[in-house]
Design a protein around this ligand. Structure first.
Ligand code: ZN
Length: 370
């Protein structure tokens, strides 16, 4: 009897422990790897009570685990500290250390970061992969950027299209930023921040060769701002050689990213096309019996609903030429090929994917017909 009780409790302990390590929430994010790279899901812009956020750093870690992210950064405003009276913290690395302790048992990378916060024309920028946030505290913004460079940080321009800094809602590349880019002190730009995608920011990213970023800039709860509304937070997919901090940093400097906000995907063509291609698995391609109508089953293995337009010379049978393959779901299209063929280049234009302002990539899959 006694041993049965012991077995019972040890099983309880075992399963209890296992349960404790299943942190995925109701809507975990999934994106496929692309050829030669591991796809990491990251959110490198968020806040806690250590600046103007409303939660303790541990919550940010738990939210990230629930959404199945691979890397996050707590980027507290260095200069804007509204909770300082209640939560004094002479060490500006404190939020990072608390997040590190929380993430220790988990497969989540914590990137040390800070937000350099000024009014326009300097604006806000995140320095990530820093070694000491305290050393970024300077009166002159130029000195803060210099210090970030000394720490070999990756620095990106936050919400350049924010109407409170740029009243037209269009980003303005100031002389300050031009100088930072020239000095190798500014490497990336948010094209998606919170819910806002600015195509003008994408134009700047391409023109200045800055890394394309998408971030939540969350201050409250991910659940309230996104999940509860049936959405995911904006993220940056980073195509890395392996899942590690050093690989993530290398890939950010190399510009291997796609910014994602639910069904919207924004990135350089050389990364966005392979991502879309890998996101759709072709399960089958078969002619209906004694006909020239070819049924092709597509499966979306990503967490973004994908909106496509037929870009082939063949018309669709029984479906509009614009259609959605929902995240994680299957969809069959039927092509009228007019004669029986053995191979086909399936070509679809991804209508909510942007490789430049107003430019949608056409993705191709080579199919052999069963
Ligand atoms: Zn911020």
């Amino acid at each position: 009897m006694k041993s049965a009780i012991i077995i019972f409790f040890s099983l309880l302990g075992f399963y209890g422990l296992k349960a404790q390590h299943t942190h995925k929430g109701a809507k975990p994010l999934f994106y496929p790897n692309i050829e030669g790279y591991v796809t990491l899901k990251t959110d490198l812009h968020m806040h806690t009570v250590f600046s103007d956020g409303n939660v303790w750093p541990t919550i940010r870690v738990q939210e990230a685990l629930r959404e199945n992210l691979d890397a996050i950064s707590l980027t507290e405003h260095l200069e804007y500290q509204p909770h300082k009276e209640d939560i004094p913290h002479p060490d500006r690395n404190r939020a990072y250390h608390l997040a590190m302790a929380e993430a220790k048992e988990h497969d989540l990378l914590i990137v040390p970061g800070s937000e350099i916060t000024r009014s326009e024309p300097v604006g806000h920028s995140n320095a990530v992969f820093i070694s000491d946030a305290n050393k970024l505290l300077h009166d002159k913004p130029e000195s803060a950027f210099e210090a970030a460079k000394e720490q070999k940080a990756f620095v990106f321009w936050n919400h350049p299209a924010w109407y409170r800094q740029s009243p037209t809602g269009d980003p303005i590349l100031s002389d300050f930023q031009k100088k930072r880019i020239e000095n190798g002190e500014l490497h990336g730009i948010e094209v998606i921040n919170t819910g806002d995608y600015a195509k003008e920011s994408l134009a700047l990213a391409l023109e200045q060769n800055l890394t394309i970023m998408g971030t939540s800039d969350i201050h409250g709860l991910i659940d309230w701002d996104y999940t509860e509304k049936g959405m995911h937070r904006p993220i940056t997919l980073v195509f890395t050689k392996e899942k590690s901090l050093s690989s993530l940093k290398e890939a950010l400097f190399a510009g291997r990213t796609v910014a994602v906000y639910n069904s919207l995907l924004v990135g350089k063509v050389e990364f966005l096309k392979p991502l879309l291609k890998a996101s759709i698995k072709i399960n089958s391609a078969t002619y209906h019996e004694e006909s020239q109508v070819l049924a092709v089953e597509l499966e979306n293995v990503s967490s973004s609903d994908l909106l496509f337009k037929n870009a082939m010379p063949y018309n669709f049978y029984s479906k509009a030429p614009i259609f959605t393959v929902k995240a994680g779901e299957k969809e069959t299209i039927q092509l009228k090929t007019l004669k029986n063929i053995e191979t086909i280049d399936l070509k679809l234009k991804a209508l909510k994917a942007y490789t430049a302002p107003n430019e949608n990539p056409i993705v191709e899959w080579k199919l052999t017909i069963d």
